[in-house]
Each structure stands twice: as structure tokens, then as C-alpha cells.
Design a protein around this ligand. Sequence first.
Ligand SMILES: Nc1ncnc2c1ncn2[C@@H]1O[C@H](COP(=O)(O)OP(=O)(O)OP(=O)(O)O)[C@@H](O)[C@H]1O
Ligand SMILES: [Mg+2]
Length: 693
Amino acid sequence: MGLIGERKRSRSRGKAKEPSQGDQNPHTGKPYSKRFFEILRTRQKLPCYEARSDAVDLVKKNQSSVLIGETGSGKTTQVPQFLLESGLGAKGAIAVTQPRRVAAMSVAARVAQEMDVELGAEVGYLIRFEDVTSEKTKIKYMTDGMLLRECMTDAQLSKYSVVILDEAHERTLSTDILFGLIKQVLETRSDLRCLVMSATLQAESFQEYWSNAPLLRVPGRMYPVETFFSLRPQKDYVESAIDVVVQIHQQEPPGDILLFLCGEEEIETACAEIEARADTTSKPVMILPLYSTLPMQQQRKVFPPAPEGTRKIIVSTNIAETSVTIDGVVYVVDPGLYKQKLYNPRTHSESLLVSPISKASAQQRAGRAGRTRPGKCFRLYTPDTFDKELPESTYPEIIRSNLCAVVLQLKTLGVEDLVHFDFMEPPSPESMMRALEMLHFLGAVDDECDLTEAGRHMAALPIDPHLSRALIAAAHSGCLQEALAIVAVISVPPPFQRPRQWQKMADKAHQFFASGQGDHLSFLSVYNHYTAAPSKGEFCRESFLHERAMKQSEDVNRQLGRICSNLKLDAISNAQKCDSLSVGIRKSLIEGFFMQCAHIEPGGKHYMTVRDQQMAYIHPSSFLGHKPEWVLYHETMVTDRLYMRTVSSITPEMLIEVAPQFYHPEHGKLSDNALRSLQRALPRVKAGKNSKA
Ligand SMILES: Nc1ncnc2c1ncn2[C@@H]1O[C@H](COP(=O)(O)OP(=O)(O)OP(=O)(O)O)[C@@H](O)[C@H]1O
Ligand SMILES: [Mg+2]
């Protein structure tokens, strides 16, 4: 009884004047649209709508607080609007962080509709290389990484009056660091408010960390989700998942399907197989992949409804697991696995490992159904597996990551004493030490571990420290412009299209750009041809390139170029003379990636990486048509074997010249073959011969 009484009271207390027909939208000065009222009616049914005044009170009265509500209850879309309406956004915007780009973008679009404003005006989003906000923006959805980046130029977060750390259960690297930083800012800014939100959080540890922050639990959910488990463990999860999807399509009433799988390749294969096996003639389907390296334009395609009578089937990684509402999804198929990034500080290697998801993730996945109508979730594991093998919550990223970029950011933020930084879960001292060691190698910190000028420049560039180091080196070699173009292509989803039925033609078209020196210079050629093309659309079609990715790379180039010019790197570059572009570029790359090189093994089939002596192969997608003695790679990926991706040929002379601290014939860590190669090259370097290609 007491509870009901309290709820009633709070409801009447919180009832701000509801807009009615003919009212003017205070944001635009125009009358509200018909659509606005349609959405308002559905919003009013959300559990969070009921808790509106409690949520506002919670944030007004407490510097930090925690809000927990079922998936789909309206936390992400409603709470920021309530806070804004209550006047909390008057002195600064409301930032709402999301762990993923697609979430920030799609939720902002929804909230703009709900408020009847243009996306980018009062409501906007900020994700890396895409800023859809303006002076007017009062609710800003952004990735946690972007807020962290903003902290570097504005440590007090002075633009914001409220920071909402949403989906806190995901424990991403950036959210964990924001925890520590915002906790510090709260000490000096009594007007700032911080709200931590999630559906699946073990609240106590968070409350404790946030100095006994109060907790508001919003009861109730939107629609029921019926959950089914497998009777037996499944041998091949991809096969079983496809079976289940096909079965749902044949037997279940209309409603879209969302299937979770582990990575790009798996997803593309599954899409093709579902297409082949489902009865699509009498029951049309629209099959859509969703993963983070897919161009944004394609990611967006999962949101609009399918044509009448067509069933939408979305096959996604865990990027659709939290925060995202795909209207129409009724069935969720969850094999219970995801690819986890694991970092081994001892060997400095990062790998992606298929691992069981947490119970919290399982709940989030199920929550993707039942948002706009009742749903069903098919778990391809047994109840016993759920109980015994799935961990309660996700293992924080900070304790399984390469901390190089993070340590650089913290140093830039003035956090000197990394060991005593208030981490909710401190990373291992070894990971910290390795990160500092790498930053030292890269010249970002000096012997005293103080940030150098190069380090400050590296931190100012929103890219990985290895890449930013390479850019700075390129400026000093007079080839900044070219390096920027290469970095721009690397920073966007791969632009190369290979449609199934046109693979040979596509490969031939791509070969036009091939440089004998490998992928980096081939990317430069792609970029230059693209920018010079009279009709870019036509050029992309003929060359089998994703126009959207190329456009994006142009944009990234412009943005990075602006930062480089602020740092006066362009002036430095213009003052240099670059004798050989091909040599200059590759030497600059070595400055950033000298630990990511590999030497060919006897037999000439595979390579041995210098960092951790692993057997590695050049990825088949590489432009390198031959197997040079030494290669530099941008990243590795493990499938059936370890592949190096984005590879260029380099010479031992270049290695000795650029990174003599690591590449000298007495270096104990290199393989005998690699050492012999360096020994052979040493006299040539001493004789002052230039490193030939
Ligand atoms: N794009 C959309 N189309 C239709 N309905 C939507 C859309 N976005 C949100 N909704 C509705 O608003 C509800 C609340 O969504 P919101 O994202 O705020 O929930 P949430 O509590 O943050 O959930 P989660 O914990 O899963 O992130 C959804 O359940 C759905 O009914
Ligand atoms: Mg949410």
C-alpha cells in the first residue's frame, strides 16, 4: 500500500504540463507535429515515464547517483529529456555516453524525433570522426571514448551540467577511466551531476565506488520476452543458429529476427546461408549484417522497417546488444558467445577469443526483443550452462587491454600518479608498465616518464599512438600529406568491395591501385585517384570501392589535417624535402610500428613476428604480390592462423636506421634468421648507403 501511495504522490508531483494539440514546441517555436503526439502516447507508457519525478529528484539532489531499470524501460531515451525539461540542462549540455557508435547515433535520432527537432540541433551525437551537434545541442549522445577525448582539452567538463554514463555494466575501457576522472571533477564542481545507468548492474559495487551514491530502481518492463533454452549443448553454434533462424522464419508469425554471432566473416557467411536455405519465395526476407567495421551507411540500414510482408533478419555482433532498439524485432537468437579482446602484456600481443558472454549480456540480448511488442528469445545453450558457465557480469576491459593509448591520455590529462588513480578496478601493474615502456619506445615519454612534445602531439590526434607517431615522423620527413591520406584510409571501414558474383572483376579493378611496396602505398594510390576523379561516384562504382568509406576517409583526412596544422606539423613537413616518397613513408611507418614487423622464415611461406615470435601469414586481401624478406603490419587477426593485415615491405637497412635500439645484430630477442639479415645489412648502413626499396 505504502508503495502505491508513494508512486501516486510522485506521479502527480512529477507531472509537468503535458504538451497538447496546438501547443508550440519551445525548442523550435513551431506547433508540435502529429508524429510527436503519436510517439508521446507510446512514451507515456514506458516505465521510466512513471518514474520521471523520482529520476529528476535523484539527480537534482545528488552529485552522483545510480539508476537501474529493465531493458527497454526508457532509461536512455527518456531520462535525459526529463532532466532537460526540469531545467537541469540550463547551464550546460547533458552528455549521455554510449559504449558504441551505432547506439549513440541511433538513440540520438530517436530522441530528436521524440522532441520533434532536427537531429543535430537540440539533440545530437558525437562519435569519432562524425560530429552531428551544434551550438544549440542540449542533449548530446556520444561514445564514451569521445567524452574522454574532450576531457583532454576541457578537464573540468565545463560544457556539461550533467554527465550520464549509460550502459555502465559494459565496463568499457573509456567508461572506467571516465569514472575516475569525473569523480575528481565532482570534487571541484559542486554544480555537476553524474548519473550511472544500466539494466544489468550489480548496483552495490557501483554505489560504493561513487561514495555511497543513492540508487533508483525503476520497476516494470515494456513487453514480456519469453525465453527458451536448448535441451542439449550445441556442437556448431553457427550451424545451430542458422537452423533456428530458418525454423523461426518458416514457422513463427511475422516479426523480425535478430541473431548474434561473433565476427564479420561468420556474419557474412551466415547471411549467405540463411538466404540460401530460407524459403524466401513465399515468405520474402531482408537479410542485413551488422558489425562495427561495416560503413555507417550500411549499419544504418538495419533500422528502417522492412517492406510490408517482408521479414527482416539482422545478423549482428554484440554491437546491437545494448542500448539499441530495432523496431520490429520479435525474435532474438543468442548462441551465448562473443569475441573478447584479450591482451597479454608479457608478449605485447592482442587476440580476439570467442568466449561465453556474461549473464548480464544474455539479459541485454533478450532485451532487444520485447521493446515494441512481446518477444521471444532463443538461447542456444542449456539452463545449466547459463547457471554455471556464464559469468555474472562482463570482465572489465581495462584489465584485459593494451593500455598504451590510455596511459598516454591519462598523462595528457595531468594524471601523474597512475598507480594511485582511483580506478574502480585497477589494471595490473605489469600492463601499466608495458604501456609506459611502449610509450617510451615511441618517444611519447622521456626517461623520467614525463610527457614529451611528441607525446603531447600524439595525444592530440584521435588515433592509435602508433599511427600518430608515424604521422609525426612523416611530417619530419616531408611526407605528411601522403601519410595523412594513408592513415585516413586505415581509419575507416575497408573501402574494397567484393560482391560475390563479381569477385574476379573486383579483384582486377583493385589491382590497378597495387603498389609493389604493399598496402600502405596502395591505399595512398586509392585515395589519390579517388580525390582526383571527376565523378567520384562513377569512379567508386567502376573501381569496386565503397563510396561512403572513401568519403569518410576524405573527411578523416580533413579533420586530422586540421589538428596537424594546429600542431604546426604541416609547416614542419613543408620545410622538408622528401627524396623518395616510398622510402619516406615506410620509414615513418617504422617509427610507429617498429614492434609490428616480421621476418620471413626459411622456406619462404610464413613470417616470424619480432615482438612475440609468432608464426604469421600475410592476409590474402593484401596488395603485396610477393613475399619480401621483412614486412611491417598494421594489425593481426586470428582465424585459422595468425594473419597480418595491411602489410608493407621494408628493408633491414630501414629498421637499423630508424629503430637501432631494437634492430641491431646483437639483439637477443630476434630470431637467428632475423639477426643474420641485420648483420648482412649493417655494413651497408655504416657505409652510408641509403636504404633502397
Ligand atoms: N527507434 C525506435 N523505434 C521505436 N521505438 C523505440 C525506438 N527507440 C526506442 N523506442 C521505444 O522506447 C523504449 C525505450 O528505449 P530506451 O532505449 O530508452 O530503453 P533503455 O531503458 O535505455 O533500454 P536498454 O537498457 O536496453 O538500453 C523502447 O523499449 C521502445 O519501446
Ligand atoms: Mg539504454
